[in-house]
Design a binder for this molecule. Structure first.
Ligand SMILES: [Zn+2]
Length: 125
């Protein structure tokens, strides 16, 4: 509330200062300056809000992209025994170029199944 009153007072003071230059048409200049300031600052606020909203959306998209990444250490089948990090995706074919032998390597994701076991010993706290 205090900020709104301060903002309106500053707006009126700027309008008064500009209107004082044209003292023979004071009221017209004062009203024009006040409406003009509200219009200009409303437009600036809208543009800035849209800019911030777009920036937040871009950061959220980047965050979701980073959360979907699965980086795995894979070993090249060549004789160099080269292990390198590869960004694995479940929805497409994963290929990378080995940094030592310069060949294109395909990574297959093997999924195993096992019977779940429940622990029989619990450490007392
Ligand atoms: Zn290799």
């Amino acid at each position: 509330m205090f900020r709104i009153i301060t903002s309106i007072l500053v707006t009126f003071m700027v309008s008064c200062a500009v209107a004082a230059i044209f003292h023979n048409i004071w009221w017209q200049v004062f009203i024009l300056m006040t409406i003009g300031q509200f219009f200009v600052f409303y437009t600036v606020n809208q543009v800035y809000t849209n800019y911030l909203y777009e920036k937040i959306q871009r950061v959220n998209i980047e965050l979701l992209t980073q959360q979907q990444r699965n980086i795995a250490d894979v070993k090249c089948p060549c004789s160099e025994n080269n292990i390198q990090e590869v960004d694995m995706r479940m929805d497409k074919r994963n290929t990378y170029k080995c940094s030592k032998c310069e060949k294109d390597i395909v990574c297959n994701i093997n999924i195993d199944t096992a019977i779940e076991t429940s622990p029989i010993y619990f450490e007392s706290r």
